[in-house]
Design a protein around this ligand. Structure first.
Ligand code: GDP
Ligand code: GDP
Length: 455
């Protein structure tokens, strides 16, 4: 049995509420030369296959994004795998076993012009034992005369062979309908952040870092609309503020303004407010008082943002009070204490003088872009195979877990699922995260990496 295992410390905690499953996986298995690759290209449609292929990379024959009838899924071309077993039949059966574990539906390709070979029988055996739905595909049925060859494939005990010509496209629509039919029920679509309207910003920070000063600065020089939700005075009040030619929604500004006047409440309530503002926002601007050493509460708020899976901008306020010496210490504090958020855009501002306040907007835009970024499956997998070839997972207890393939299960924040043959240790997952960031950016956003382990 396989099961989703979450990498606990990377980016996002286990219990993120919008824990979305990856798109279903359709694995294409079969002997060499039966037409698996041709069929995969057919499923993708030539154009997409060409676009997604990275020139000069031969190891990228792994996984692709596909869609049919409005349904998205991942197509896995197992022809790209190198099974461990010796001998063709054993190797192909081994490959089928891996595929069965990783896939929701197995598309078993047989060459109808050849008929069922011993190797095909061995694969059929593996597939029959698995509980996964199998679509039996009789390929190379280029014309109606070849149809009769295909009927012999009933002998594999996998039901009716669907005849196709991967090369010419014949029967491929019916085949995809059958695949669609075999896919698991569709998960409800992601609704988070698609509501449209202005992007939502939470302005966070411990007391006295300058939140209300910044808000006044931003509001004072720009157009503001107070947005009272649901009319009751106890509800959080948001403000729409125009910055850099765009309207932004600052959530729970009433809380910020009120807190400025009231005596600071207990920590507990501050944390509750922070959490509720985070829940309603897409990006958090965490204000830090740059003139003082980083406080534990600063770090706690930053951790809350990361754990909530929101994008993050760090604003170092009171920059007018920062001299050469303070700057030196601040750099060291950032190095030591903020390394888990080193991907966050940083801006040095002064809410009092207005210095560089306008630089907040590009920081926010960067963070939101990284938060919503999606890497196409083919690109992700060619990147992963290069990465794994360059630095394989260390051998532990005589075993070396392999990453068979990866998909990006979602965005906001980016969530990756690695299909592996064993548990990847934390150091290796961090390495993968680091390389993902180097390759694809993801500035300003936490990344979630989870594993689907084949035991
Ligand atoms: P794979 O090793 O299973 O991925 O097989 P390929 O997709 O590389 O195909 C092997 C050979 O079979 C290639 O020469 C293809 O052009 C050919 N082929 C694939 N599908 C068909 C088909 O539907 N009809 C015919 N006539 N040839 C096909
Ligand atoms: P809040 O509790 O986070 O809303 O912080 P306030 O906006 O009430 O600011 C706390 C104190 O810091 C006030 O005395 C502000 O005038 C002061 N302050 C805010 N921003 C700056 C700044 O950029 N530079 C300096 N020197 N003081 C600031």
């Amino acid at each position: 049995e396989t099961e989703i295992q979450h990498a606990d410390v990377i980016g996002v905690a286990d219990d993120v509420e919008h824990d979305v499953a990856p798109p279903p996986v359709v694995a294409v298995v079969g002997r060499p030369n039966v037409g698996k690759s041709t069929l995969v290209n057919r499923i993708l449609g030539r154009r997409e296959a060409v676009v997604e292929d990275v020139p000069g990379v031969t190891r990228d024959r792994v996984a692709y994004d596909a869609a049919w009838g409005g349904r998205r899924f991942t197509v896995l071309d197992t022809g790209g795998w190198e099974p461990n077993a010796e001998g063709l039949a054993a190797a192909v059966a081994d490959q089928a076993r891996l595929a069965v574990d990783a896939a929701d539906v197995v598309l078993f390709v047989v060459d109808a012009t050849v008929g069922a070979t011993d190797t095909d029988e061995a694969v059929a055996d593996v597939l029959r034992r698995s509980k996964k739905p199998v679509v039996l595909t009789a390929n190379k049925v280029d014309d109606s005369r070849a149809e009769s060859d295909a009927t012999l494939l009933w002998s594999l005990g996998l039901g009716e062979p669907l005849t196709v010509s991967a090369l010419h496209g014949r029967g491929s629509g019916d085949l995809l309908d059958a695949v669609l039919h075999a896919l698991p029920e569709e998960a409800p679509p992601e609704t988070f952040g698609v509501a449209g309207g202005p992007r939502r910003i939470a302005l966070l920070g411990r007391p006295n870092v300058g939140k209300s000063s910044l808000l006044n600065k931003l509001a004072g020089e720009n157009r503001v609309v107070v947005d009272s939700v649901a009319g009751t005075t106890r509800d959080p009040v948001d403000e729409l503020i125009e910055l850099g030619g765009q309207t932004w929604k600052f959530v729970d500004t009433a809380g910020i303004r009120r807190r400025a006047r009231e005596n600071q409440g207990a920590d507990f309530y501050a944390t509750l407010r922070t959490q509720s503002a985070l829940d309603r926002s897409e990006v958090a601007v965490v204000l830090v008082d740059a003139s003082e050493p980083l406080a534990e509460q600063d770090l706690r708020i930053i951790s809350m943002v990361i754990e909530s899976g929101r994008s993050l901008v760090l604003a170092f306020n009171k920059w007018d009070l920062v001299d050469e010496e303070r700057r030196h210490f601040l750099d060291r504090e950032i190095d030591r204490q903020l390394h888990h958020a080193r991907w966050a855009p940083r801006v040095n501002i002064s809410a009092r003088t207005g210095r560089h306040v306008e630089k907040l907007v590009p920081g926010i835009e960067t963070a939101l872009a990284g938060w919503g970024e999606r890497v196409p499956t083919a690109r992700l997998n060619s990147f992963m195979s290069d990465l794994i070839a360059a630095k394989p997972h260390p051998v532990r207890g005589g075993k070396q877990p392999r990453v068979m393939f990866a998909t990006q299960a979602g965005v906001q924040p980016p969530r990756f699922v690695l299909f592996t043959t064993g548990f990847l240790e934390e150091g290796y997952r961090r390495f993968i995260e680091r390389r993902l960031r180097e390759e694809f950016g993801f500035d300003g956003t936490p990344i979630e990496i989870s594993m689907k382990i084949r035991e």
